[in-house]
Design a protein around this ligand. Sequence first.
Ligand code: ADP
Ligand code: MG
Length: 264
Amino acid sequence: EQGAPARTGARIFCVANQKGGVGKTTTTVNLAAGLAKVGQRVLMVDLDPQGNATMGSGVDKRKLELTIYDVLLESASVAEARVHSDKCGFDVLGANRDLAGAEVELVDLERRERRLREALGQVADSYDFVLIDCPPSLSMLTLNGLCSAHGVIVPMQCEYFALEGLTDLVNTIKQVHANLNKDLQIIGLLRVMFDPRITLQQQVSDQLKAHFHDKVFNTVIPRNVRLAEAPSYGLPGVVFDPAARGSQAYVEFAHEMVDRIKTM
Ligand code: ADP
Ligand code: MG
């Protein structure tokens, strides 16, 4: 029963953290845009019923005829439901509020936690990277993401309780690794919204490196207002204002990920 996502084809990553407002969506869309910018073929999957990653990739979630909801319920394939974002240079498997119902509908269905993985398997050869923006919970939706992925990218702010907050996520990842997806690993912790002038953030950052060593990405994403403004224009910061410090940091992160998958 245990299996792993296919070795060939796209490397698949979940951007996950059960806390809300920690920069998951910002990281997903900007990493997707950064990877596209450096020539990678990218599919961005929105697993959050809020649809922020969809809207933030230049795709109007209200106008989508097919979404990830249809893929999870197996009434559409990924190839049918994906759309291309011309502005951003990557494909989008979008979400809207329909997805909120999937949680309940999936409970009684067979292979309920493997549906995304099976669906993505059919398009894996078309991409170098698949990035999955997870909702702020450890729900059936997030479980579908974790079952699909080779690795988890965990964005986090360097706050006082940051380490404590990781425990539940780390335990869930361990369980999924043991029971459902033996390829799953934490690829890395990404320090986001970082302000080096705040002593506490510097201290927490040092603690993170002491506990997690090379599981902490080298790239640090600064707090940058342009990244926060970009979604209201329906774009990732990397596309909206490529010169902004935050955008440059995400492109640097894209390079780090391209290097990272060479050793996976
Ligand atoms: P999540 O998806 O985890 O809920 P978001 O990516 O939506 O988090 O980010 C939460 C808020 O923080 C958003 O308003 C976003 O624009 C803002 N934000 C995220 N990253 C940064 C950053 N590096 N600098 C400034 N604001 C940021
Ligand atoms: Mg989000």
